[in-house]
Design a protein around this ligand. Structure first.
Ligand SMILES: *Cc1c(COP(=O)(O)O)cnc(C)c1O
Length: 394
């Protein structure tokens, strides 16, 4: 490893072959006539947007959907050339120049936004319009979409390349897909209200991860899976469910300090209790500021292939382990917060139960300042350190 040195001993290990396989299984499932726009917002659900964007571009994704202009800029600065849609999180009235400078596709929610974009573009440029079909969030209401579409497409240099919406609850039809199908019917009536103009729009998309899998009839010309790319779907597994594997294989740390503690039994609010006998403790890099739940205080991590109890999680950058049963533990030893070690494994399912949260929440809480180590074909391929993306020379 020539040009990369680990400098903070709490990190993620990500197998990009699993991301590629997840995409390819999705491609197989929807076929080649349906476009795929992987949603890679929130730093690719914390997996690191640059590496993941590059892999999905290589796999033949049709668009990338990202959450902010900054994410779009980061992808462009790292050589990603494919079309990038920005899910609306800004006012185009104030940011239109950035869209043109970095060739990013805006999501239009209003005429003010469309006019602002039209004013700065000097050649035909793609825009997407977002429809609200029932999530009650961003988008023009399906019932008045046609008015906005007509006005927008009359503005100089604007081409409505896509129309999309986002789903609420989705499940297998026999479990409960009524709400999803109602959203789909609103989307379809919105498109029908355009008459022949509907055919001028190459990309219409409503289906997220569970929508794309459970309801083939709503795939239309495109789908937008987010969670599936990271190996997760909320649906029960059935024959038609694509095989998905988590690219996030491990969340690791190392012991940076080992000590005998004379006082300091750990309790809430930094309370210390004097101990009768000294206690052997270990400090690992990574704390609640890194996305570790405070609930880890009631749990364990893996050390030497065994369960090692956690003594305290009150620090932002460190976690205190109880090494009473680990007399051989020493500084530098590797710790696993998530993933396998020896015969033991801590799964994401286990963590969401213990931490009383959801899979997307675990991902979202993982701090961007943990190094992400990316593997392809079992070899270290690149590393993300914050926004810096480093190709590793073998
Ligand atoms: C995040 C997002 C998706 C992907 O949703 P998943 O349920 O993670 O597949 C789709 N569409 C939009 C607009 C999104 O913001």
């Amino acid at each position: 490893m020539k040009n990369y040195q680990m400098s903070r001993f709490c990190w993620l290990e990500i197998n990009l072959d699993n991301l590629r396989d997840n995409f390819m299984h999705f491609r197989q499932m929807v076929g080649h006539d349906v476009k795929i726009m992987p949603a890679i917002k929130v730093n690719a659900y914390s997996h690191g947007i640059v590496a993941c964007g590059k892999i999905l571009e290589e796999c033949g994704a049709d668009y990338l959907g990202v959450g902010s202009i900054d994410e779009g800029i980061l992808l462009r600065e790292n050589g990603v050339k494919m079309p990038i849609l920005i899910f609306a999180s800004n006012l185009i009235q104030e940011t239109a120049n950035l869209y043109t400078e970095y060739r990013l596709i805006p999501t239009i929610l209003s005429m003010e936004a469309a006019k602002a974009f039209s004013n700065v573009v000097s050649e035909p440029s793609d825009v997407f319009i977002k429809i609200d079909t029932g999530r009650g969030r961003l988008g023009v209401n399906a019932e008045v979409f046609a008015d906005l579409y007509r006005e927008v497409s009359q503005l100089p240099n604007l081409h409505v390349e896509g129309v999309y919406s986002h789903m609420g609850a989705v499940n297998w039809p026999d479990v409960g897909a009524d709400y999803a199908m109602w959203q789909f019917s609103r989307f379809k009536s919105a498109m029908d209200s355009l008459g022949d103009d509907a055919e001028k729009i190459p990309f219409s998309q409503l289906a997220n991860t569970p929508g794309s899998i459970a309801l083939p009839e709503i795939r239309m010309s495109g789908v937008c899976p987010g969670r599936a790319m990271w190996g997760y779907s909320p649906l029960s597994r059935r024959e038609t469910h694509p095989d998905l594997k988590a690219p996030l294989v491990s969340w690791k740390s190392r012991l940076v300090h080992v000590n005998e503690v004379l006082g300091g039994k750990f309790g809430e609010n930094y309370a210390s209790v004097k101990l009768d006998t000294p206690k052997r403790i270990g400090i690992m890099a990574g704390g609640i500021g890194d996305g570790i739940s405070p609930k880890l205080a009631d749990g364990y991590v893996l050390l030497h292939g065994r369960k090692c109890p956690v003594a305290s999680t009150i620090s932002l950058e460190h976690t205190i382990l109880d090494l009473t049963d680990f007399p051989d533990a020493k500084v530098g030893d590797e710790i696993v917060i998530l993933g396998p070690q020896g015969e033991e494994e801590i799964t994401l399912d286990q963590r969401i139960k213990e931490w009383e949260c959801t899979v997307p929440l675990i991902w979202a809480n993982i701090s961007p300042h943990l190094d992400r180590l990316y593997y392809r074909d079992g070899k270290l391929w690149s590393v993300a350190k914050g926004e810096r993306f480093i190709r590793v020379e073998q």
